[in-house]
Write a protein that binds this ligand. Structure first.
Ligand SMILES: [Zn+2]
Length: 415
């Protein structure tokens, strides 16, 4: 009895079919939570799960569970899965690769007829992307107990509809919202396959990454208040230019990240709002975002403290006021040593080279990691591109990842 290799043609067919549920096919893939294409994609994926012999159910926030029953179904199950929603003008692999790999892995395990004790469940987590409600990982967040019904009533989309209203409109039973969450011990292990969304594997020429840490992001909103004045009439020594203070902070944060003692520190100023943003006016206000991620929480916080000291000096030297608001601050998520060992052994047994690595992007696994042991399998992203219509991963690489996934799920199921 053996587990046969994954069929890249199966993976290709399902991914291509999924990609037809798309509200903006001219610009890559757009499938936003509970829009018509997303609801249709859910129906399709549930059919595909059933076709492969899985038993499908859904919870009150739309997380989909497809179960391959084990010989001892009362034991805590083994999970795999990812998401099928996207950002606007995205690609066709981010999230979807993990769901399709899960279905293919379950099919291979079922057809191998190798007995497995624990149930194996393929999961589609509701809305990993924050596209509709501004908050990421809605489904897995609720599983971890960090999204209550009260919050679901307060979370609104741009049209003013709350998440709770949208769920209710689609027939989800909100009276069972409390039953979404899991306690520690209720899930034995969870392994998510995902595209890398970076260029590390490609640059190393390796097909598989095994994620040992998911970096914890910290998001800050920084506001600089200077003095708005005339670009012609204000001498250089009398200026309180908010934009220049912002520029100094941006360069400082780059310097701090580059000289960090952790090789995984990354820091980005991604959004800048200059007021009044006119060619002949010295800016009076600038609001900008600061996104800092690291596999080491202490190092990340040391950087933030150094940055705060720097802004205090800057307030004096430039005569500006700087306010820093923390939007979120997440701990890094460590993968489980036992799952890593199993995945590494699977790679070795199959003669597939792999690289142990950090995930800079966050994933549903970060939330699942709050109540279950997790690990992730990465497959290469062409040119490291993601959240972009040009996003690409070779189907053969997803198939290799699926082989490791199937082997790992089977071993975990009998662990
Ligand atoms: Zn994703």
């Amino acid at each position: 009895m053996i587990v046969k290799p994954a069929q890249s043609s199966n993976i290709k067919n399902i991914l291509e079919k999924l990609n037809t549920f798309n509200s903006d096919p001219e610009n890559g893939t757009t499938r936003v939570l509970f829009t018509e294409p997303e609801v249709e994609a859910r129906k399709y994926i549930k059919e595909e799960m059933k076709k492969n012999g899985l038993v499908v159910r859904e919870d009150s926030i739309g997380n989909i569970f497809a179960t391959l029953e084990g010989t001892d179904p009362d034991l805590p199950p083994v999970w795999t899965g990812s998401h099928i929603d996207t950002v606007l003008k995205a690609g066709m692999f981010d999230g979807m690769a993990g769901v399709v790999a899960g279905i293919e892995a379950a099919r291979l395990i079922k057809e191998s007829k190798i007995p497995h004790k624990r149930n194996i469940e393929v999961i589609v987590y509701t809305s990993e992307e924050p596209t509709r409600f501004g908050l990421s990982c809605l489904g897995s967040r609720a599983m971890a107990g960090y999204l209550s019904l009260e919050q679901a009533k307060r979370l609104k989309d741009k049209q003013g509809n709350s998440l709770a209203e949208v769920l209710e409109g689609l027939g989800y039973d909100l009276s069972k919202f409390d039953e979404i969450s899991f306690k520690k011990g209720e899930v034995f292990a969870a392994v998510e396959l995902h595209i890398e969304q970076g260029a590390v594997l490609e640059s190393m020429g390796l097909p598989i990454g095994i994620v040992d840490t998911i970096s914890g992001p910290t998001k800050l909103e920084v506001s600089v208040y200077g003095k708005q004045s005339h670009a012609g009439g204000t001498p250089m020594n009398l200026r309180h230019d908010a934009f220049l203070a912002c520029s100094e902070i941006a360069l400082k944060v780059e310097k701090l990240a580059k000289k960090s003692s952790s090789k995984d520190t990354v820091a980005t100023v991604g959004l800048v709002n200059v007021i009044p943003n006119a060619s002949n006016v010295i800016s009076g206000e600038v609001h900008f975002s600061l996104d800092i991620r690291d596999s080491d929480y202490e190092v990340k916080h040391k950087l933030i403290e150094e940055l705060k000291d720097f802004t205090k000096q800057l307030e004096k030297s430039r005569g500006v006021t700087i306010k820093i608001k923390q939007i979120n601050d997440d701990l890094p998520t460590k993968s489980d040593d036992r799952i890593i060992e199993i995945l590494e052994n699977s790679c070795k047994e199959k003669n597939i080279s792999y690289h142990k690595m950090v995930s800079g992007a966050f994933h549903d696994s970060m939330m699942v990691g709050k109540f279950a042991p997790i690990a992730m399998i990465f497959v290469p992203s062409k040119d490291g591109i993601s959240h972009n219509p040009a996003e690409w991963t070779d189907y053969d690489d997803i198939a290799k990842g699926t082989d490791i996934l199937a082997d790992g799920l089977l071993k975990l199921s009998n662990d």
